[in-house]
Design a protein around this ligand. Structure first.
Ligand code: VGL
Ligand code: ZN
Length: 202
């Protein structure tokens, strides 16, 4: 469909097996994502892209453990292991990901003090990436999401996409979840409540 775009979220080495923030089951998702990429005419990739010393890294704070929660000016923020540092192998796309068809790569999380799960709005919920403007300017009305991690960057992106007025689907078997403190189940509920279609690969 001409008005439909596949958005592949954060299929990067650090989120895959052996990576700094490996998402369980991530590698099994790569072939499914590639099959989706082959089926869509329009493909956008997102790339988590943090500067060294990013505020979302536990290592940037004294006595902070990865996966703990810290108070940020914009609210609670999970602290993560260092991951997807700009220009490192960990930030590269998985070597088997079919990136050639991508028409656009959106980088996010590059402001030192603000994390960004959503590909549309950073975690302060104010700073915009400009992706909605790009997609609307190109006339897309339906967005189909897959990638990593289901319960963070995929879910937050999908919810913001709904709020921006797009028709939204998430292809569940082409995602994998971190599942921190029940986040997988929580985000499944939130996606349903937001009116997002939950589908599987054809
Ligand atoms: C992500 C945690 C931190 C994601 C990115 O891609 O879901 N999660 N940075
Ligand atoms: Zn990140």
């Amino acid at each position: 469909m001409p008005n439909e775009v596949l958005i592949v979220v954060d299929m990067q080495n650090d989120f895959c097996d052996g990576g700094a923030l490996a998402v369980p089951g991530a590698n099994a998702v790569v072939p499914l994502v590639n099959r989706l990429i082959n089926r869509y005419d329009h493909v956008v990739l997102t790339q988590d892209w943090h500067p060294p010393g990013h505020a979302s890294f536990a290592s940037s704070w004294q006595d902070a453990a990865p996966f703990s929660t810290a108070k940020f000016p914009y609210g609670p923020q999970t602290l993560w292991p260092e991951h997807c540092v700009q220009g490192t192998t960990g930030a590269d796309f998985h070597p088997e990901l079919h990136t050639v068809k991508a028409q656009m790569v959106v980088r996010k999380g590059f402001h030192t003090g603000i994390d960004s799960y959503s590909a549309f709005r950073e975690n302060d919920r104010m700073t915009r990436t400009g992706l909605d403007g790009y997609l609307k300017a190109r006339g897309f009305t339906r967005l189909v999401f897959c990638g990593l991690a289901f319960d963070y960057c995929v879910a937050w992106s999908a919810i913001d996409a709904r709020q921006a007025g797009f028709n939204v689907a998430v292809v569940l078997d082409a995602t994998a979840a971190i599942d921190l403190d029940g986040s997988k189940k929580r985000m499944m509920t939130e996606l349903r409540q937001a009116g997002i279609n939950l589908t599987e690969t054809p």
